[in-house]
Design a protein around this ligand. Structure first.
Ligand code: FES
Length: 362
């Protein structure tokens, strides 16, 4: 990868990055798995759209648009019957695909269907795909793709800044070096797993005098391997300790009103069998939780007040610009309507995007 100058194109013409009115079509967390019991229905607002989510007797989570097609009652007031949902107002019933299957005042039902959204569960969270049919898998950690894992939720948070401004923190090497004094070199290898997922990997010995370097050094012999995998520009999987002890931190974010963020932080490890292995995972996750709350907490003071505008990117911001470039190539939807987003800036952005591609891609 080569650079012609120290100063690079800014993000100012980007159409999706840091835009409070659009988001990437993809999988987004809806609610933690433990917060939805069998027979429960709950109201959620996801990316500006009102939805209901329920769990039928078959234990599967189902997501519908929130309002009844009869007269608009909110279906979160409804009742679960087997695997279907009955509206509380005039008692019309819908099956798990959203088809109306009972209208008490009529002999026959009507050909009505609630809008149902693809729903799945993983990492202790329920996820909703924001389009008709999922085009890509749920976010996964590449090295745990085919493995069982243990997971613990560290925190739920709301932040004043856009999810993109928050999520790029993990590849902001200037910030690591100057603010956190972390042993990170300024070189990431990047790899696109698919249209919606990109990894940034950094192998470094680190600075031996650094506190974190000293703390984690006993746990590994080789270079420190730090990698970040981004999905849909909104979920990041960070792997920060090498060899068999890999611990993964997931930040899963979504855009809320006012261009702000709500999200969860989770810790994930490969599942270990036998009593000792389970004990080991429990200790590491508990330790990771304590360290993460301090070390990985978003730097509230700065990010609460930031008016993010990457006006003057320099060579050290290379990874951030690659993230933006990757993001801009993904299909975007409008916040609230979930319709395909198009603006008059699209053609202008295409020119800009092509320039970024020249600047950043091999
Ligand atoms: S509003 Fe739902 S059945 Fe009438």
């Amino acid at each position: 990868m080569t650079f012609n100058s120290q100063n690079l194109s800014s993000n100012r013409k980007s159409k999706t990055f840091n835009n409070p009115e659009r988001f990437i079509e993809g999988w987004y967390w809806a609610i933690p798995t433990d917060d939805l019991r069998v027979g429960e229905v709950k109201a959620i607002t996801l990316l500006g759209r009102d939805l209901v989510i329920y769990r039928g007797k078959d234990r599967k989570a189902v997501t519908f648009d929130a309002y009844c097609p009869h007269m608009g009652a909110h279906l979160a007031d409804g009742k679960i019957e087997n695997n279907g949902l009955r509206c509380s107002f005039h008692q019309w019933k819908f099956d798990r695909e959203g088809f109306c299957i009972d209208i008490p005042c009529l002999d026959e039902t009507l050909p009505l269907k609630l809008k149902a959204w693809p729903t799945a569960e993983k990492y202790g969270m329920i996820w909703v795909w924001t389009g008709e049919v999922p085009l890509q898998p749920l976010p996964f950690i590449p090295e745990l793709e085919a493995q069982d894992f243990d997971v613990t939720i560290i925190s739920q948070f709301v932040s004043n800044c856009h999810p993109h401004a928050l999520i790029i923190n993990a590849i902001d090497t200037q910030y690591f070096q100057t603010f956190k004094r972390i042993p990170a070199e300024n070189i990431f290898d990047t790899q696109e797993l698919n249209q919606h997922a990109i990894t940034f990997t950094n192998n470094t010995q680190g600075r031996k005098g650094n506190f974190l370097g000293k703390l984690i050094r006993p746990f590994y012999k080789n270079d420190l391997n730090y990698s970040v995998c981004y999905w849909y520009g909104s979920t990041s999987m960070i792997t920060f300790i090498p060899n068999s002890m890999h611990v993964h931190v997931m930040f899963t974010l979504r855009l809320i009103a006012g261009g702000k963020t709500e999200g969860y932080t989770l810790l994930i490890m490969k599942k270990r069998q036998r009593t000792l292995g389970k004990f080991y995972n429990r200790i590491v996750l508990a330790l990771g939780k304590i360290l993460s709350q301090d070390f990985l907490k978003v730097d509230a003071q700065i990010l609460e007040k930031i008016k993010f505008d990457l006006r003057t990117p320099v060579k050290t911001d290379q990874a951030i610009m690659q993230f933006i470039n990757h993001l801009e190539r993904q299909p975007a939807l409008s916040w609230g309507t979930w319709q395909q987003a198009r603006t008059s800036r699209d053609s202008e952005t295409r020119d800009n995007r092509d320039k970024w591609r020249d600047d950043f891609n091999d």
